[in-house]
Design a protein around this ligand. Structure first.
Ligand code: 13P
Ligand code: 13P
Ligand code: MG
Ligand code: MG
Length: 373
């Protein structure tokens, strides 16, 4: 049976700043999806990571399905009314367009979708991150799908060892989706040369070279490219099919022990170490840290199991302590150097005005001339 997994997520309001949605808001989203999805969806799951609510849906309508996207949009609009009524912070924050036109891509919410013929057993992972952007998944994708140091299956399993094709998107191109397809292992250094630049080049999807099957889909929205100004961080979602012809669940999880530095954190303007957290975790220190949750499901004829929560396990307590220490180290230097994002990433914020005001006060000194104050 060919089914589609669609995850659409948005920040439509949160308690006490950018921490987490209210219980009433999550319940409104749940009941709206139940009502609107009656004759459209096979199954759904709703959860939150930081201040973002993710709606996972299964259906047979294919990717970019207008009805499914409209359901999510209308649900977020209804949720925004609850957020406003409760006085939540940033009500409707990620709904950047006034009217719906076909699908929610480019309208603010993050979308990742995969359509496939179900295998006899079909395990997959749903990742949701907050206080960061889509490039946060570059390193974990590279290590899980191209590096045997993390992904033992690349040398132990012939089907996985055939390698994977990465579709990488240039997210700075706002005219259309500018992508390149590169295959590991042959193009490994080209893949690395692009993925190192997390703010510009982003893994969009990954396919098995052995079967052509899709393994990964990542949301690639850059909100500042839509809004033309800073309106919040992109807070990306990712779907990953696992086992069989794909890496094992544990191989996909392994790179998240690094707690690599990603863009985001306070005002979306800093670097911080990405912390793996259990589902429905809010944010805290310095409007962060950047967090990522992972839920593992199986699906049969579109029906979802309950999720297992791999980051809600004692092993990750040690990892979280290490990750906190990494963020703390960088935070000690405040706004200096790599602690804060480069100007190109801040250009949609107030710092542009500040620098503009100073520009005319600069003077160029000529020769040995002394300049009087
Ligand atoms: P099992 O033998 O427990 O199924 O594990 C196989 C596997 O894929 C481990 O990564
Ligand atoms: P969100 O994108 O998660 O709403 O965070 C925005 C922000 O500016 C936090 O300081
Ligand atoms: Mg927010
Ligand atoms: Mg958020």
């Amino acid at each position: 049976m060919k089914i589609t997994l669609s995850v659409i997520k948005a920040d439509i309001g949160s308690i006490g700043g950018h921490i987490r949605p209210s219980a009433q808001l999550v319940e409104e989203v749940r009941s709206k999806v139940r009502d609107l999805g009656k004759n459209l969806l096979i199954d759904s799951y709703i959860g939150y990571t930081g201040d973002d609510i993710a709606i996972l849906m299964t259906h047979t309508g294919g990717v970019l399905n207008e009805k499914v996207h409209k359901l999510a949009w209308d649900t977020f609009l209804a949720g925004t009314e609850v957020a406003k009524a409760q006085g939540l912070y940033g009500a409707g924050q990620d709904l950047l367009k006034d009217s719906f036109s076909g699908n929610v891509k480019g309208m603010g919410p993050a979308v990742a979708e995969i359509s496939f013929e179900e295998r006899p057993n079909e395990p997959f992972l749903l990742f949701a991150a907050d206080k960061t952007d889509p490039g946060a998944y570059n390193l974990p994708c590279y290590l899980a799908f191209a590096d045997p140091m993390f992904s033992a299956g690349l040398i132990l399993s012939p089907k996985i060892g055939t390698g994977f094709t990465f579709r990488i998107m240039d997210v700075e191109n706002t005219e259309g989706d500018r992508v390149i397809d590169l295959s590991a292992p042959e193009d490994l250094y080209d893949i690395a040369a692009l993925l190192r630049d997390q703010e510009r080049f982003v893994v969009e999807s990954i396919r098995s070279r052995a079967t052509g099957e899709i393994a990964v889909s990542v949301s690639t929205t850059r909100l500042h490219n839509i809004a033309g100004k800073y309106t919040g961080k992109d807070d990306p979602v990712m779907l990953v099919r696992v086992q069989g012809n794909f890496p094992a669940t544990g191989e996909v999880l392994a790179p998240f022990t690094i707690g690599h530095y990603v863009a985001g954190f306070m005002r979306g303007s800093h670097h911080g170490a990405l912390m793996p957290v259990p589902r429905n975790t809010g944010t805290s220190f310095f409007d962060g840290p950047p967090i990522v949750s992972c839920l593992a499901f199986c699906v049969k004829n579109g029906k979802l199991t309950e999720p297992a929560d791999p980051f809600d396990h004692p092993y990750w307590e040690y990892v979280r302590t290490k990750v906190s220490a990494k963020s703390e180290d960088l935070r000690r230097q405040g706004f200096f150097g790599p602690a804060m994002l480069p100007y190109s990433e801040l250009e949609y914020g107030g710092i542009v005005e500040r620098l503009k005001k100073m520009d005319s006060k600069f003077k160029v000194l000529s020769g040995k001339e002394e300049v009087k104050a």
